[in-house]
Design a protein around this ligand. Sequence first.
Ligand code: UDX
Ligand code: ADP
Length: 463
Amino acid sequence: MKIKNICCIGAGYVGGPTMSVLAIQNPDIKITVVDINEERIKAWNDKDLNGLPIYEPGLKEIVQKARGQNLFFSTDVEKAIDEAEMIFISVNTPTKTYGKGKGMAADLKYIELCARQIAKVATTDKIVIEKSTLPVRTAQAIKNILDNTGNGIKFQILSNPEFLAEGTAVQDLLNPDRVLIGGEESDEGKEAIDALVDIYASWIPRERILTTNVWSSELSKLVANAFLAQRVSSINAISELCEVTGADVDEVSRAIGMDSRIGPKFLKASVGFGGSCFQKDILNLVYIAKTYGLNEVADYWEQVIIMNDHQKNRFAENIVSTLYNTVSGKKITFLGWAFKKDTNDTRESAAIYVADALLNEQAEICVYDPKVSQERIYADLDYLNTRSPEENRRLVKVVKDPYEACQEAHAIAILTEWDEFKEYDWKRIFDSVIKPAFVFDGRKILNKTTLNKMGFEYYAIGS
Ligand code: UDX
Ligand code: ADP
């Protein structure tokens, strides 16, 4: 089956970049990315491309090439569904904030709405693909809705989880370690799988395209993220041990990472992992394990999150205790707010929780991040509901210049590992801050010796 028309529901951090790359690699397929968020679609259609809703290195160039050719962004969800032979569901699946599974299970209301909309609109057979991370056996739920509320047409459901990491999304999509496609083992299932394999095979070697049953594919996505997050929590646990023993966590990472069985990646100690996936997916895994009565399995994975929360808390506590046990009325400058470098995404960023802890101690915070907007930062703090929006705006200032941000600061905290922070004129910063001058490096990116020589008291995670 040769696919000619694709629709993707959800123009977010996954849907946008994924479909842009799919489009440049398959110029003969028309791809329409739809979203109910009008502002987002308007931003994807931004003429000079500087207003794209997400920041990803290399994305602008790709969108420029494909948009208006075979890639379209639209709010007309129904038309796009109706015209497409293949529909990707790439909507958000946040952790439930209410009812059964609150704080753990994935909230599938957006997925369900999508499935119902597809069922209502579709008048020809469709292949429906889960792109969003979903709990195991969601495909069955989608199939149930489609088969029972649809117009009597045939649906094939595939699971095709996305493994791209933000900040390197374009590279990850162009050159993925693997593509995973789960589908039914029937003839129709195989035909649907083949149709999707063909699309990826236009640029990815076939041996890197894995096909499995639907459940293995769904579970693999959760497990991949759980393993990655576990590595970060493991090295972060060791970072605390390094701080009290005099070992250096970067040296330990290097030493263990050279063992080819362990490998060097994902061993960078930090102020804690963030992002839309790790915490959500582990909570989801924990919830699934508990649902099946596997309490030891659930506790084992939950510890990865407990360790991560501890890492964020102790970073904030260290700032308070070092500043003579009080930050009340003191200006603490945050360099970085995004959950990692090279993205404007702030979901679950450690910065949010460190800020909240310091605000509880009556600190005044000044934030500089090269790509995150002031509105986003306030929205993140307001979402916590710890204090009123007015109070957040009174206590937290967001500025567009890093030197201005650091002026008269009682302490500087590095929350994101943006490369530009390493290039700053730290002598100039030293001259402008309140003495003694403190730097708390939550990413361990600056050079201790250089900063000490300038006169800074420098504290880094893990040393
Ligand atoms: C992750 C997975 O990597 C990706 O495959 C999946 O599709 C989505 O979730 P992402 O959240 O975009 O991607 O970023 P990732 O690079 O995995 O980083 C997650 C968090 O871990 C960040 O806050 C990052 O700073 C932190 N991290 C990562 C560390 O603290 N140390 C490391 O060594 C690696
Ligand atoms: P991700 O990181 O998984 O891409 P995002 O939150 O960035 O998550 O993007 C998900 C997008 O899906 C949002 O822009 C949201 O408006 C969109 N969305 C959610 N539900 C629907 C729906 N029923 N129809 C169309 N778009 C939807």
